[in-house]
Write a protein that binds this ligand. Structure first.
Ligand SMILES: [Zn+2]
Length: 297
């Protein structure tokens, strides 16, 4: 079964991860722009980061047979960096129309400050202006209120709720999201957020409609194979193959295809690997024989 990890920060991961992901059946990913662990001090740093998501990282994923899409946004924490926030918003206005950008994100609340709310709304407006879906991160602390406030801002902005993916849900927030017209993401983590058995229980209770799972793997303790591992847990719990495929493939494909920049038919086809290729003169190989897949037709 082909799988999609719709929230993974591959810039922080290794080529071993890409190889293991492809072996486990992951055929496509979305890499949301995010927090790098420390605040950036220049708008230009964001620009180079956006360019690397659109360029090198996309190439790198392709070298392992994985289709790479990204979301661009000013993450919640850095909306509090007054010196750079407006500059990043201007930058986004120029970058959101680029190829491979399938949503605005991840945006949302961290500490639920005034600045966070202001840039949250501004970026919802940008999504409307650029006709893009939105990926919304919900806070780790005070998650329930953060989710309620996020849903209220979505309504206030007037964006179509079908274009909104609310991420990092728990047992407490999922019913709130499903009551709205938004899609519900779940980050399966080794320790916190959400686990395989808890996710199995949620799917048994709520079904597969508008349900999405991801690994949210990044530079912290996380596991880039959580989508295939959770699919296996679904299977062992007797959840139907139809429902599993809906959650790990059809739902993320359908959601991000709303951007007009993810072609469903193309995404269904295998991405042939040609490791003889380079990106601006750089290769992922270190002296190995390049893998070259035979092209059909
Ligand atoms: Zn993230």
């Amino acid at each position: 079964m082909k799988m999609f990890d719709p929230h993974i920060h591959m810039s922080s991961r290794t080529t071993d991860d890409y190889q293991a992901m492809q072996r486990a059946g992951i055929a496509a990913i979305v890499e949301p722009a995010f927090w790098m662990g420390q605040p950036r001090t220049h708008v230009g740093t964001f620009e180079d980061y956006f360019l690397s998501l659109l360029g090198w990282e996309r190439f790198r994923a392709g070298q392992f047979g994985i289709r790479h899409y990204c979301t661009l946004g000013l993450n919640p924490k850095e909306t509090n960096s007054a010196d750079i926030a407006d500059g990043v918003i201007e930058l986004l206005d120029r970058y959101l129309d680029k190829e491979g950008v399938v949503a605005v994100g991840e945006i949302g609340f961290d500490d639920e400050t005034e600045a966070e709310e202001r840039y949250f709304l501004l970026q919802l407006e940008l999504a409307i202006k650029h006709d893009l879906p939105v990926l919304i991160h919900t806070p780790h602390r005070d998650k329930k209120n953060g989710t309620i406030r996020s849903l209220a801002l979505v309504r206030e902005s007037g964006i179509d709720e079908n274009l909104v993916l609310i991420d990092h849900n728990t047992e407490e927030t999922l019913p709130l999201v499903l009551e709205s017209g938004c899609w519900a993401g779940h980050s399966i983590y080794p320790n916190t957020k959400m686990s395989e058995p808890r996710m199995v229980a949620l799917v048994q209770q709520y079904g597969s409609e508008r349900i999405i799972i991801n690994s949210a793997a990044d530079w912290g303790i996380s596991d880039p194979l959580k989508v295939p591992k959770t699919a296996q847990a679904f299977r062992e719990a007797g959840i139907s193959e139809e429902a599993i495929e809906t959650i790990v493939w059809r739902n993320p494909v359908r959601f991000f295809a709303q951007s007009g920049k993810l072609d469903i038919e193309e995404t269904e086809s295998e991405l042939p690997v040609d490791q003889r290729k380079q990106w601006e003169g750089n290769s992922v190989l270190r002296g190995q024989q390049p893998r070259v897949d035979e092209l059909e037709n």
